[in-house]
Ligand binder design. Structure first.
Ligand code: TXA
Ligand code: MG
Length: 359
């Protein structure tokens, strides 16, 4: 299969290009497209064979369910058993946007979408290209992140091409995505709403609309760090977002973190490894000002500490760049978990795969 790349204006997407991409989806094909979070790999969510092509292209484990993407609230009723009042309130507040709701699955949705679970995850993206494409296809679109399973989610069409060239039909290139991490996933099927994955719609934002939200264990920590034996969201048990090089995450008070990051970098360099720092602009500036050893580390800057949105938007691109630069050991700075910081730290912990140092 050869993969075609179709460039498109992200603000006012060309109708003819959208119609072509929608045609591929309607014919059962696979199309990667930008959303406001990350690029998704879309297929007709009501066509079992098309959905299987998505699992195959990504090398995704069959027990990890997909998210259905819609463009109007009226479409939700056809995909779920019922729409509870909390879902209506959340949709009114945050849709379209980076929030996914888990509800009871309608029999109309093929079981393969949900990996056999009785529930289904649904979200309404806000990116103009995603909206135009889903509308033109006139279908609920099943779309996981458009990366090979285990790789960081793609925030540019180039990332998608790196992972999936030759494995999917089409990539709609609408430039880099804004949020940079995947949507918030909220389970509304148990007594109390439960956060399964933190994202751009923060805990604080959710609480303002529906009151306190429970946090599933794997939503904050790495699944292998603690006692998460049976995760409620199957995706939480996999090591995601992983760069090739082992990543050590340093958490704690900012000043102590800076000291420990320096110490670990110096140790890696002294051991002859190509060490890399994944840090804020502030820490990067101080690292560049001193000589740790004769060989300087690679320094990947996430953004300013004061701007967690910026740091979050840059995370996955920086992880991919560190792979390309041949980093052999990555030392990452930890940050506050307030607001979108929770999503940033969740992805960093997953990239660390249990190598977390608390200072
Ligand atoms: O922002 C996003 O959500 C992106 C864009 C493309 O929309 N999509 C995305 O999909 O991140 P994916 O497949 O990479 O992540 C979906 C997550 C997984 O952790 C999966 O386990 C969880 O949602 N999930 C899906 N359906 C579920 C369900 N029925 N119950 C619990 N968790 C579910
Ligand atoms: Mg994913």
């Amino acid at each position: 299969m050869s993969t075609e790349v179709l460039k498109i204006d992200p603000v006012s997407p060309d109708g003819a290009a959208i119609a072509r991409a929608a045609g591929v989806l309607r014919a059962g094909g696979t199309v990667a497209f930008p959303t406001e979070t990350v690029y998704g790999l879309g297929a007709n969510g009501l066509d079992e064979a098309a959905v299987r092509r998505v699992f195959a292209a990504k090398g995704r484990p069959a027990d990890n369910p997909l998210i259905l993407h819609i463009t109007a609230l009226a479409e939700l009723a056809g995909l779920v058993v019922s729409v509870p009042q909390t879902a209506r309130a959340l949709a009114a507040a945050f849709w379209p946007g980076p929030l996914t709701l888990v509800l009871q699955r309608s029999p109309r949705v093929p079981a393969v979408v949900s990996a056999g679970l009785p529930t289904v995850a649904v979200r309404m993206p806000s990116h103009p290209v995603a909206v135009a494409l889903i509308r033109a296809a006139a279908l609920p679109i099943a779309a996981p992140s458009a990366n090979l399973s285990g790789r960081p989610s793609p925030t540019t069409a180039g990332h998608v091409l790196d992972d999936l060239d030759g494995r999917i039909d089409l990539i709609v290139d609408g430039g880099p995505t804004a949020v940079g991490v995947e949507s918030t996933v909220l389970d509304l099927t148990s007594d109390k709403p439960a956060l399964l994955r933190p994202g751009g719609v923060t805990l604080e934002m959710l609480a303002r609309v529906i009151g306190p939200v429970a946090v599933a264990p794997g939503a904050t920590a790495d699944p292998r760090e603690g006692a998460v034996t049976r995760p409620r969201s199957p995706g939480m048990k996999y090591r995601h977002y992983a760069p090739v090089a082992p990543l050590t995450l340093v958490e704690g008070d900012a000043a102590a973190v800076a000291v420990e990051v320096r110490r670990l970098l110096a140790a890696e360099l002294a051991a002859g490894r190509r060490a890399a720092a994944l840090v804020s602009a502030e820490l990067a500036a101080s690292l560049q000002g001193e000589s740790l050893t004769a060989a300087p580390p690679i320094v990947a800057v996430l953004g300013r500490r004061a701007d967690p949105d910026e740091m979050t938007a840059n995370l996955f691109a920086r992880l991919r760049e560190l792979d390309e630069q041949g980093a052999e050991a990555i030392v990452a700075e930890g940050f506050s978990e307030r607001g979108v910081g929770l999503a940033l730290m969740n992805r960093l912990r997953r990239a660390a795969g249990g190598r977390v140092v608390r200072v």
